[in-house]
Design a protein around this ligand. Sequence first.
Ligand code: P6P
Length: 334
Amino acid sequence: MADERITLSEHLAGRRSAMAPAYAGGVAVILSRLADVAAVIERELAHAALRDQLGYAGGTNLTGDQVKKLDLWGHDIVVAALRKTGAVAAVVSEEAPEPVEMYEGKGPHGIVVCIDPVDGSSNLDVNGIVGTIFSLRPSRGLDPAGPAVLGPVGDQLAAGYVMYGPACTLVYSAGDGTHGFTLDRETGEFLLTHPEIRTPRRGKTYGINEGNVRSWHPGQQAFVQFLRTPDKANGRPYSLRYVGSMVADVHRFLLAGGIFMYPADMSDPARPTGKLRLLYEVAPMAFVLEQAGGRASTGTERVLDLVATEYHQRVPILIGSADEVALAEDFYRR
Ligand code: P6P
């Protein structure tokens, strides 16, 4: 059966007509190269403990997270691989304060890659699931890492993620549905296993760090209380599922339905802050879920209507089944 499945490269070739013509070639090359790098990351993660690659590299990144050895390693191999494509104008990475310019890919139809090379790396030391999250944006020939990248996040050319779990899964959308692939570890190829993913309109589970409950918006508190209140006839209480790694959490709700939430910290009501980063965590996941029939919101705004103003901007996110996210927004309005 495995040799009847199509590869990611074949899938991309078959979908080029759905992509913006000026960018189709670059998108296909970049996504294929990200898949190649993911297979390398997957092998490294499997052996990290044996190679003393776990633990902290020392220091913190721009967004205040302590940097793991594998964070820096992942950033370096992603940047090197993307540079070789000749199609990337700049890389906005969680691990770099400023965009990494790549003159090889500049031009009127250059592509900027926004990426979190190893997201959830705090889970690595406990053999937890981590991922790579990516978003491909048009540079529009301007300073690719400047205003063009900091524009409306609804203009993504493609987005997706790799989940390093029991199986290594790559999920992407280039605007023509959301599709899932599984790494054949013998051949190094990603094979199509989840064509045309459709997120159920409603689920039975929710994911959130309930330790932060006191800092949530009152509507957020009321919504979670609603999900936890028994009402057998209407499928409540929901079950709580939370990994603490965005890729693992969102992947569950993409496939099974339900809702993942990382709401704003309202400790200072005048300055609500999110944790997750817009350009390389929230926006790509929103693109993938909407293409699968799901929904992604800040609680009050559609994520894909947001405009990025900083490279490492943080925003709140409620993402998953259309019905649950819409219901959550209703609680925010009350
Ligand atoms: P918390 C991982 O550090 C991450 O950036 C996301 O992958 C994850 O969803 C979130 O932070 C978990 O945050 O505060 O619950 O540990």
